[in-house]
Design a protein around this ligand. Structure first.
Ligand code: NI
Length: 171
């Protein structure tokens, strides 16, 4: 297992649309293991392969309190979203220290392959529903801050680029 480096917004690679996984084989299982280790170490509650610069449709999520209930979604597809919406203050491992309100469907039904390549359907609400939508957005090349106003986004980019330059200067 290995902790993988996480891409940080506004890295252009975060806007890559991920390809479907052709076969859930040993390579994908290794990727899932590494992604889970990376997510737990961060710590975070979700990670998409896009964030570790692998552009295949793989997501790991764990919203449990004790971080012991790993959910692996391979080639996830949202089959249904509730009309009911919910606003939640989201964060992202690719946008450190930034939290802001995003509105999403409050419930979703999702189809995905599990780690054994078996298709399963999941109904989710609450934080899990939010997290699933956030991670699938990553696979489509979308970062949550893109839901914010253009002004907020441009301020954020300026701030993050400045931080990056400072970090490089002291490194
Ligand atoms: Ni994220």
């Amino acid at each position: 297992m290995a902790i993988l480096p996480i891409l940080h917004y506004p890295d252009a690679r975060l806007h890559t649309r991920a390809k479907p996984v052709a076969e859930v084989d040993e390579r994908i299982r290794q990727l899932v293991a590494d992604m889970a280790e990376t997510m737990y170490a961060a710590p975070g509650i979700g990670l998409a392969a896009t964030q570790v610069d692998v552009h295949e449709r793989v997501v790991v999520i764990d919203v449990s309190e004790d971080a012991n209930d790993l959910l692996v979604l391979i080639n996830p597809e949202i089959l249904w979203r509730s009309e009911e919406r919910v606003v939640y203050e989201e964060g992202c491992l690719s946008v450190p220290d930034v939290y802001d309100k995003v509105e999403r469907a409050s419930q979703v039904r999702v189809k995905a392959l599990d780690i054994n390549g078996q298709e399963r359907e999941i109904e989710a609400d609450g934080l899990l529903a939010i997290c699933i939508q956030h991670e699938i957005d990553h696979l489509d090349g979308k970062v949550f801050v893109e839901y914010l106003s253009p002004l907020k986004q441009s301020r954020l980019k300026t701030r993050l680029r400045k931080q990056e330059r400072l970090a490089k200067a002291v490194a």
